[in-house]
Write a protein that binds this ligand. Structure first.
Ligand code: BGC
Length: 669
């Protein structure tokens, strides 16, 4: 039977809100069940020893959340989370410490691969779907990190200084949308928000609870609490992991009257509720997907998350074409012992994969059929002296029909606890190999394993195609081969802008300021900036090519009780069936306050058979037209004209129509 506060002494309540060890909540010497939490972001990362941070059990390695988001497929996101919930059940984890929904404010953030998007609506919708999938299959979610944890440099100290409107519209927004799925918990951030530590951020916690309907528990990030009493008084219910000194200080503060029993009760009650909710979530739950199915599913996610960035027609490969391949990233299997982390990011989200690393040489030899050569040419950082850089790669490229260069970053560069030094490949050897092989083979395809934007200015014009893989999980090699050979038609699109250079990013001037980071760009994060100011980019938000051609036609708007229904047709004018991601943006045309040029408010991914067309409907609710009014201290819908734009990417607008809003009433124009 569920324990109540009346069953507990004050000493027990104090213990309850401090955690038991690194990964369990306190069980009060067997009086209560513990809740076991585990890391997240590419699957389940569970250390064997609950007292240790590391020493992980191998488990299914999924594509990273950044790659999942590039699918723009809410169904896949839900299934992904259901599979991860099955992993949690297998490993006895009650709560997954994810998803991470922080906004990708700057392309250098070392944890961008763990987050969804630069756009709060897209990140929020994916997070909501994720939480729904996870919790429906028996694992609790812990949406993280609240809030404004957008850089890793000095993350334990740094203060993110952000104005209220930007907080509401950009940085809180994914949490607000995720809360609709009723996550059992949320994790606060390490950094300070306008001077206040994430673990003491009462103002934000009150918004979560009183405005977003969050009724779960707030836990600290690991070792983020400075003062347990202050954190508890602010509403941080649980400190993780257990810290004896913090617990003792809390007891002393209670005895000295610096924190009341009523304040402790609020936190303790939420821990009791958490235990109860987690156990209820699991009641009667069986694994929905067998282990083999989950591993197979990672391939499906990767196939939909790979983004074809550029293609002058060289892809898909033609059967029997001779191929030259180079770069360590092609054969992570061969270098796994030396560099186990080529195709994933590092830190708490890194998963010890179950199956051996893939080998593109072997897969392409099998799947493609033609002659395939391979040359290491460079390691991931290009400093390995064992190789002639680029060695035989140039000779091989010169005599092959298509040349594939496998490049990227990996966990050595993209990792929790630090930011990337630059947006480039950070390896002269990689860049030299791309340029020198492209100079002898016009059909050079660059294949990128990375979790964030790459500066391609030195080489983009020299190559025929670029395939952005991301960090693709267990079956990434098979998924990539299917996309290269055309067995799978690519259908991923970017969930973040690829700028031309780092200097172009709106936050470049105010990032990594060490102690205080002023978010001077305000609302102009990602495409909101480039689009509003007409700044050119390398690849826009929402961009991704297909082997099909799609045309958009016949937009119609229909008023519904709660908002607006946007209808349109997508016609596949090619002879290849494929999926298209249509994006719906809203543009406030006659606003009295600053609005970014347009903002994403809906999207749909639709399969269209070759030569056929499909009618698509996207629903916009009233929030699609709101902005946060600082003057009124609330959400407001202005009277005026709004343009509804249907686009294939942020810079590829296809259809548009207008509405007028007066006193909250919509009229289709
Ligand atoms: C990370 C969290 C993670 C926790 C537990 C922290 O360093 O910021 O995202 O869940 O460690 O590993």
């Amino acid at each position: 039977m569920k324990k109540t506060l009346n069953d507990l002494t004050i000493e027990e309540k104090l213990r309850l809100i401090c955690g038991k060890d690194c990964w369990n909540t306190c069980d009060l010497d067997g009086k209560l069940p513990s809740v076991r939490v585990t890391d997240a972001s590419m699957g389940v990362r569970m250390p064997v020893d609950p007292e240790q941070w590391g020493g992980d059990r191998p488990s299914v390695s999924y594509p990273s959340l950044q790659m999942l988001c590039n699918t723009w497929n809410t169904g896949i996101t839900r299934e992904y989370a259901e599979c991860v919930a099955d992993d949690c059940l297998d490993y006895g984890a009650d709560i997954l410490l994810g998803p991470g929904v922080n906004i990708k404010r700057n392309p250098l953030c070392g944890r961008n691969f763990e987050y969804f998007s630069e756009d709060p609506y897209l990140a929020g919708v994916m997070a909501r779907e994720y939480v729904n999938g996870l919790q429906s299959e028996g694992a609790g979610a812990c949406v993280k990190h609240f809030c404004c944890n957008n850089e890793e440099t000095n993350r334990l100290q740094q203060s993110s200084e952000v104005d209220e409107r930007t907080l509401r519209e950009i940085y809180y927004k994914p949490f607000e949308i995720a809360c609709e799925a009723k996550p059992v918990s949320l994790m606060s951030s390490y950094n300070r928000i306008n001077g206040v530590y994430g673990s003491e951020y009462r103002k934000g916690y009150d918004i979560l609870r009183n405005e977003y309907g969050f009724d779960g528990l707030i836990m600290s990030d690991w070792d983020a609490v400075r003062n347990r009493t202050k954190a508890a008084k602010a509403g941080c219910d649980l400190e993780m992991p257990y810290h004896p000194e913090h617990y003792e200080a809390l007891v002393a503060d209670y005895r000295a009257g610096r924190i009341t029993e009523a304040e402790i009760d609020l936190c303790a009650q939420r821990v009791l509720d958490l235990v109860d909710r987690c156990k209820k979530l699991q009641t009667g739950k069986k694994r929905k997907h067998a282990l083999e199915e989950r591993i197979g599913f990672t391939q499906k996610v990767a196939e939909e998350g790979i983004v074809l960035l550029k293609n002058d027609g060289v892809l898909p490969l033609k059967k029997g074409q001779s191929l030259s391949m180079c770069g360590w990233f092609a054969r992570p299997c061969a270098y796994a012992r030396k560099r186990p982390e080529l195709t994933c990011g590092g830190g708490s989200g890194k998963v010890e994969r179950l199956t051996p690393m893939f080998d593109m040489l072997e897969i392409l030899q099998r799947e493609h059929g033609g002659a395939v050569t391979y040359e290491p040419a460079f390691s991931e950082n290009g400093v390995d002296s064992a190789f002639m850089i680029p060695g035989n790669a140039i000779m091989n490229a010169a005599v092959s029909e298509v040349n594939l260069v496998f490049a990227g970053t990996g966990a050595g560069i993209e990792c929790e606890g630090g930011d990337r030094r630059s947006m480039s490949l950070e390896s002269d050897a990689q860049v030299r190999t791309i340029l020198e092989t492209a100079a002898v083979n016009r059909n050079t395809v660059v294949i990128l394993f990375a979790g964030a934007p790459i500066d391609m200015s030195e080489w983009i014009d020299e190559v025929a195609a670029v395939v952005y893989v991301g960090f693709p999980g267990e079956r990434g090699g098979e998924a990539l081969a299917n996309v290269l050979t055309g067995k799978v038609n690519p259908s991923g699109k970017l969930s973040e802008t690829f700028p031309l250079s780092y200097e172009d990013t709106p936050s470049a001037q105010c990032y990594r300021d060490c102690n205080v980071t002023r978010y001077e760009e305000g609302l102009n994060v990602g495409y909101r900036y480039y689009d509003t100011f007409g700044e050119p980019v390398l690849f826009p938000f929402g961009h991704g090519l297909s082997y099909s051609e799609f045309e958009y036609k016949n937009i119609s708007l229909k008023k519904t009780g709660a908002g607006l229904e946007v209808g349109f047709e997508i016609e596949n004018t090619s002879d290849v069936s494929g999926k298209e991601i249509a994006q719906v943006y809203v543009r406030a045309m006659s606003s009295y306050v600053y609005r970014p040029y347009k903002e994403l408010k809906g999207f749909a991914k639709t399969f269209v058979k070759a030569g056929e067309k499909e009618r698509v409907t996207v629903r916009l609710d009233r929030r699609a037209f709101e902005y946060w009014s600082v003057a009124d201290d609330g959400w407001k819908i202005e009277d005026g004209v709004y343009e509804i734009i249907v686009a294939a990417s942020c810079s590829d607008e296809r259809l548009s129509a207008k509405i007028q809003i007066k006193d909250g009433v919509i009229t289709v124009l």
